[in-house]
Design a protein around this ligand. Structure first.
Ligand SMILES: [Zn+2]
Ligand SMILES: [Zn+2]
Length: 100
């Protein structure tokens, strides 16, 4: 890789990151790894975004039996963690109920 001397502005070749002396003026030049640190950051942001979007939004429900509040995912029936009562989230059973 090529770097430019900070003192005499003379470009010279170095093997990699580290401290290298300029062949022209002998001044020490610190060569960092700037291009390498950028991609991992972008990848982390890209990975975090879809994870938050694809997961189902938890729904907060109250148990009709013990009034215990808890969060459930995308399910029709969730057992109450407090009293084990099956709490129905979706009114799919409405059709089965006799219309009086
Ligand atoms: Zn130099
Ligand atoms: Zn309950």
């Amino acid at each position: 890789m090529k770097v430019r001397c900070g003192r005499c502005r003379e470009p010279f070749d170095v093997g990699g990151p580290g401290r290298h002396a300029c062949p022209m003026c002998g001044s020490m030049n610190a060569v960092g790894e700037a291009p390498v640190s950028a991609p991992p950051n972008a990848e982390a942001v890209e990975r975090a975004a879809p994870a938050a979007g694809e997961s189902a939004v938890p729904t907060r429900i109250d148990c009709p039996d013990c009034e215990f509040s808890f969060f459930v995912g995308d399910v029709a029936v969730a057992p109450c963690p407090n009293c084990r009562t099956d709490v129905v989230l979706r009114s799919e059973a409405e059709e089965a109920e006799p219309d009086v």
